[in-house]
Design a protein around this ligand. Sequence first.
Ligand code: SF4
Ligand code: SF4
Length: 98
Amino acid sequence: MSSQQALIKLADQCVLCGICIPTCPTYQQQRSEAESPRGRISLVKALAEGKLSADPVLQQHLASCSGCLTCQQVCPAKVQYQKILLGGKQLLSSNITD
Ligand code: SF4
Ligand code: SF4
């Protein structure tokens, strides 16, 4: 399985319930889906699927995550947010340097 396929599989565990969203400090500040855990998971999935390019806006949304992992603690679907975030950042840096 490629790293992209592995990331898509991890992201697909998110059932989009939104329970994590109010707990996220960057969402509380920005009130933007792209600054929420669910939003970041969707962005990483789209990047892995080749539906989004590795642009500075996407990079900023991943970089602004504090890494507090509150989202992972409250997630009823046990989504492995940290793995998704790290995988997304790795994919982003490899795309940017390609
Ligand atoms: S709580 Fe978990 S399943 Fe629900 S939206 Fe957040 S990451 Fe996805
Ligand atoms: S790890 Fe990132 S996405 Fe998750 S709650 Fe913390 S700031 Fe939000």
